[in-house]
Every structure is written in structure tokens, then in C-alpha cells.
Design a protein around this ligand. Structure first.
Ligand code: 4GM
Length: 229
């Protein structure tokens, strides 16, 4: 999977190449992260990439020319273009799984008041939001998307990682987990988890998963009950 990111802050993305699970996936060639500096495509002599908004109003908008030229340069037969925007469809696990099936994603990070609408209408396949809040730029949402999508690319998570148990408890929150010591300052690990009885442990985890979901995310719990029948 190749990620091209169109951004005015390419340095933001260097960390993804260097650290943790995503860094390893880059190293082994399972993913490629290619930050592209939008200013390199500006035809303006001062490398300007923004302009005032027609009709008036505060703030600036990203100009169409540099974005358009960057997308034309980067696109391939199998690429999808994504715009990170608070007005996009909210990203969830199902969307992330769908995105992980594409070969090549081109992600546009917005700034200022956003992007000229003609770009969104004609050059963007998907407008995606990571939640109902505003950030100063689309870089952090793009990093969240890349991190989350990478987890679903075969071989990126080792067997010991939790993608498997995550999908097992689909649509529910995870069960509570504990590590050594079994008694930490008088706080004890549930007895069943120390029993070695895998069937009982599995049952406890399913029960705990339901309980967690009911308490913390009643909306997900209702959805789960509806889908079950
Ligand atoms: C306005 C329009 C994405 C602001 C487009 C981007 C939050 C999200 C921006 C933009 C963003 C989000 C930049 N803030 N919720 N700010 O995913 O790209």
C-alpha cells in the first residue's frame, strides 16, 4: 500500500517512517509513506498556496492550482484521493478496513478555511473526518488514517498483536486485560483468568466485553443487540 500525502508540512510525517509498528511496516516494504510538499507545485513566485475567499469572510482558502497539479502528478490507475475535512464522513473501523483494500491512497491535508470547492467536486473521491472537532490542519487526521489503515494490511501486525481479538469482538468494546502481578497492592486479577481453563476464560471475556460496551458505549450495545437477532 502506498500513501502519498499532499501537505504544507511534510516533516510531520517523518515520524511515521521511524517509529513503532508503522515504522516496521515501512522498513519491510509493506507500506510506503510519501509526504509531498504542496509548495513544490505552486506556480506563484513566492510559492503561495492560498488566497482570499470570493464573497468575503475571514481567513484564506487553499488555491486550486497547486493541489490540482500535485494530484495529476501523483495519481495512478488504482489510486483513490482522500480529503481530510471536518465536513467528511466520520471514519470508523468498517471504513478503515475498506480503505486497507486499496493499493494507493493520495491524502490531501487541508489548512486555513479549507479548499476551493471545485477541487473537492472534481478531484476528490472521499471526504473523511476523524471526528466532530476542528484541528488547525489535516495532518493529524491523515496520520490517524494511515496508522489505522496500516494495521489491516496483511503482515503489519504480528500474531501476538490484537487485530485478531479486535475483530473477534466486532462491534463491541474489548474485554478488560491484566498482567503480572496477580495481586498488585491488594488489587486482584479476576480469578478465572488465572485458572488456565480456556473455555471459562473465553466466556468471561465475552461477558466482560458485553458489560464494558453496555456501560461505556450504550449506542454500540444497542446496535450489537439489533444485529444479533
Ligand atoms: C477546514 C476544512 C480535519 C479545516 C478542511 C481537518 C479536523 C478534521 C481543515 C480542513 C481539520 C477532522 C483542517 N480539522 N475532524 N482541519 O478530521 O482540512
Amino acid at each position: 500500500m502506498r500513501f502519498d500525502i499532499i501537505t504544507i508540512f511534510p516533516e510531520f510525517f517523518y515520524a511515521l517512517n521511524d517509529y513503532g509498528v508503522v515504522g516496521k511496516a515501512v522498513e519491510s516494504g509493506k507500506i510506503k509513506i510519501n509526504p509531498v510538499n504542496l509548495r513544490d507545485y505552486s506556480q506563484d513566485k513566492h510559492k503561495k498556496v492560498d488566497d482570499e475567499i470570493y464573497g468575503g469572510g475571514p481567513g484564506m482558502l487553499m488555491s486550486p492550482q497547486p493541489i490540482c497539479d500535485a494530484i495529476d502528478d501523483l495519481k495512478s490507475e488504482n489510486s483513490k484521493t482522500i480529503f481530510m475535512s471536518p465536513q467528511g464522513k466520520n471514519m470508523d473501523n468498517d471504513m478503515v478496513i475498506e480503505l486497507s483494500s486499496f493499493e494507493h491512497l493520495i491524502i490531501l491535508c487541508g489548512h486555513y478555511e479549507g479548499v476551493d470547492q471545485r477541487i473537492i467536486d472534481n478531484y476528490i473521491d472521499m471526504e473523511i473526518s476523524i471526528g466532530d472537532y476542528i484541528l488547525t490542519g489535516g495532518e493529524i487526521p491523515a496520520m490517524a488514517l494511515i496508522d489505522s489503515v496500516s494495521r489491516f494490511i496483511p503482515g503489519v501486525l504480528g500474531n501476538s498483536d490484537s487485530a485478531v481479538s479486535d475483530s473477534l469482538y466486532n462491534d463491541l468494546l474489548k474485554y478488560s486485560v491484566y498482567t503480572r502481578p496477580a495481586d498488585f497492592r491488594g488489587m486482584k486479577v479476576p480469578e478465572i483468568l488465572l485458572s488456565g481453563n480456556h473455555k471459562l476464560i473465553e466466556e468471561w471475556r465475552m461477558e466482560n466485553s458485553l458489560e464494558n460496551t453496555k456501560n461505556k458505549r450504550p449506542d454500540l450495545y444497542e446496535k450489537y443487540l439489533k444485529n444479533k437477532v
